[in-house]
Write a protein that binds this ligand. Sequence first.
Ligand code: SAM
Length: 301
Amino acid sequence: MSVVRGLLDKYGLAPKKGFGQNFLVNAAIPERIAACSREFAPGDRPSGVLEIGPGVGALTQYLAREYDRVVCVEIDRGLIPLLGEALAEYGNVTVVEADFMELDLPAFIGERFGDLIEAGGSVSVCANLPYYITTPVIMKLVEGFPANEPLPFAAFTVMVQLEVARRLAAPAGSADYGSISASLALRCRTEKLFDVAPGNFLPAPKVSSAVVGIVPHGGIREVYPDAPADPEALLRFGTRVGDMIGLAFGQRRKTLVNALSGQYPKEKTAEALRSCGLREDIRGEKLSAEDFCHLADLLGR
Ligand code: SAM
């Protein structure tokens, strides 16, 4: 019997589908995820990690060995006593019972890691994400912070469905490229690290999974150096680019000129596309994050 099954049985629990509970049962996987996560964090500074959904602590215990401080957010009240036992030997772990989606994230990071950040430390995010909210969680991590500043994280190392991993890391124009690929590329570089087969989980999900490394870069001005330098103007610019990506992929079968026509006159968009060196009949799915910035810049003037 696996350690995970033993722990669940002891507390009279079963994995809850509604919370996306697919627990890792092959210890080699969480060990590898924690090691990958740590590689993204600077090695010479105090380090903290936020884990979303510790479950029965399979990943948490490896994070506790890699990081100075681990803060976990778990929605399932029933798992809290179990986690207390499973993680008793790690003095650097705090488990918070909360719905991650309801957290005021900047305030939470300040509360839990503010002292570590002030001491020059880094904060990472690591999780085997519940699949029912993968994209909202990732967008909250990215869009929960002002677009005119680099994100305050060293990296997000997260396990997601394989199909989502492909979308997150997809280059412009590829079959998997979508709104989330473009939005994420504005703030981060994303790579798929390794695949994980269903048999490594309890219960086994229907689909394969993959671990991705999402590393924040310098922000919009790194993607598009002509973006406004003034912080307020940059914030407005970021919103405009985000809205444009939303419109472009909201109606991805339409040409970009048509998809944006509610917001920008068609002739103006066609002219801006020509100035960007792009075809007038192009669809949004062909534009990189940089192209969207360039277009927003031309159309915003
Ligand atoms: N980390 C564990 C592992 O790898 O075995 C569990 C991963 S399981 C896929 C997802 C975990 O996220 C579950 O423990 C689930 O209860 C928790 N969870 C689901 N929704 C959540 C939310 N909104 N906020 C915090 N935790 C959540």
